[in-house]
Design a binder for this molecule. Structure first.
Ligand code: MN
Length: 202
């Protein structure tokens, strides 16, 4: 029997991010969208196992694409939830080593925030803005991904992700993604991002 992925619980209540992100969005986003990625990854693993056992004919390329799409969807959301903190506890400025590193690599928090926001607002279609860390040159890197399949960013650990799929904002912000991105900074969880950086930066 193949191992399976499980849907993690949110680290706060569904309404904890209000008024910036509504309870309805968080409920659907976690219970339907994230759950679908978990189930999709498990279904693809199951198909591959059955195919190896000769019990099922599959289009390997299509199943592997499903697998990577759903695993990435699961893992990105598993980072995204703790990247946010309940209203009143999140937002503001990062502290500690993260603050120093952002200043060193981006010339200050405001410059980082502006560029990360631009990245999120300009993703073409569904996707994410991500903050990564590259150990090779000890540098923070901002990137965009379309949908949620990674292209060439293998190995770079994700410190911070911002989901800009319509399901993450449409029920509250309609087509105004920029307004959602601007509001999202109020729930950024800098201590979570800082601890992710500490784990990967020696
Ligand atoms: Mn999402």
């Amino acid at each position: 029997m193949a191992k399976t992925y499980t849907l993690p619980q949110l680290p706060y209540k569904y309404n904890a991010l209000e008024p910036h992100i509504s309870e309805q969005i968080m409920t659907l986003h976690h219970d339907k969208h994230h759950a679908a990625y978990v189930n999709g990854a498990n279904a693809a693993l199951d198909k591959l196992e059955k195919a190896r056992a000769g019990q099922l004919q599959i289009d390997v390329r299509a199943v592997l694409r499903d697998l990577s799409f759903n695993i990435d969807g699961h893992k990105l959301h598993a980072i995204f939830w703790p990247n946010m903190a309940p209203s009143g506890k999140g937002g503001g400025m990062p502290g500690g080593k993260l603050s120093d590193k952002i200043s060193q690599d981006f010339g200050g928090f405001d410059k980082f925030k502006a560029q990360f926001s631009d990245a999120a607002k300009t993703v073409e279609g569904s996707g994410w803005a991500l903050l990564l860390y590259d150990q090779e040159i000890d540098t923070l890197v901002i990137t965009q991904i379309e949908k949620q399949n990674f292209m060439h960013l293998a190995e770079l650990p994700i410190l911070l992700g911002l989901d800009v799929w319509e399901h993450s904002y449409y029920l509250q912000y309609l087509n105004d993604r920029a307004k959602y991105v601007d509001a999202w900074w109020n729930v950024a969880n800098w201590s979570d991002v800082d601890s992710r950086l500490s784990k990967v930066r020696k």
